[in-house]
Design a protein around this ligand. Structure first.
Ligand code: SAH
Length: 223
């Protein structure tokens, strides 16, 4: 467990997660310990424990604490799971997953974001994460199947490679809906050849990009 979690993290968990019904003790412990400020861009560090997403450069954001807590709770991690994360971004959610699962494979389409997240996570001592730069909609075929898949970017439809790479009994979380509005946090459970889909809360995520759109974004303002 990364040890230098500040007091703000504890307050954030009480005020933004527990007060809104997050009860998973392991999620609460992890989010109280992981130093969220280490994942924020320098300019956004002071407000990074607030109740909102945080800019991380390249027109991307670190997800709102409540959304990280909710998604992680919905994954029901017990400690040994193989988890695929699509959209490393700041690496903050990656750290929470690495605390609570067995191993995390994390894909990010913007190389500079992946590099920064990788450095911070290595500094904090995480050794159970593998990284790949590329289009996460394709999944990570060599490492499949995954017990859990967490997609942190919005898509109009579920990318079929991700369903194929979900283990029997596995769970995927993905924001589904129009890119320019709200989406619905959707849970997809695989049972043999079938899937069961449950629609959850409204949410708002940056779009799951194609490689050419991501090249445009990466050409935008840096971190
Ligand atoms: N959980 C992250 C969320 C970052 S926002 C955090 O809290 O920091 C979503 C991320 O998904 C962005 O970094 C964006 O660049 C990335 N992304 C968008 N499309 C992608 C794709 N096709 N494959 C992999 N990553 C993608």
């Amino acid at each position: 467990m990364a040890g230098d979690g500040p007091r703000e993290a504890g307050r954030m968990v009480q005020r933004q997660l527990q007060s809104r019904g997050i009860t998973d003790r392991r999620v609460i412990a992890a989010m109280s310990q992981v130093p969220r400020h280490r994942f924020a861009a320098a300019a956004s560090r002071s407000g990074c424990y607030g109740d909102h997403p945080v800019a991380i450069g390249f027109r991307q954001t670190m997800s709102q604490p409540f959304m990280v807590g909710l998604m992680t709770e919905l994954l029901s991690l017990t400690g040994g799971e193989r988890v695929l994360e699509v959209g490393t971004g700041s690496g903050y959610q990656t750290a929470i997953l690495a605390e609570l699962a067995g191993h995390v494979w994390s894909i990010e389409i913007i190389p500079a974001l992946q590099d920064r997240a990788k450095r911070v996570l290595a500094d904090l001592g995480y050794a159970n994460i593998d990284f790949r730069t590329g289009d996460g909609a394709l999944g990570w075929r060599d490492e499949a199947p995954f017990d859990r898949i967490l997609v942190a970017a919005a898509s109009a439809a579920v990318p079929s490679p991700l369903v194929e790479q979900l283990a029997d009994g596995g769970v995927m979380l993905i924001p589904i809906g129009a890119e320019d509005g709200y989406q619905v946090m959707t849970t997809i459970r695989r049972c043999g050849g079938a899937t069961r889909t449950v629609r959850g809360v409204d949410c708002r995520f940056v779009p799951l990009r194609t490689p050419s759109a991501a090249a445009g974004a990466a050409g935008g303002e840096p971190g």
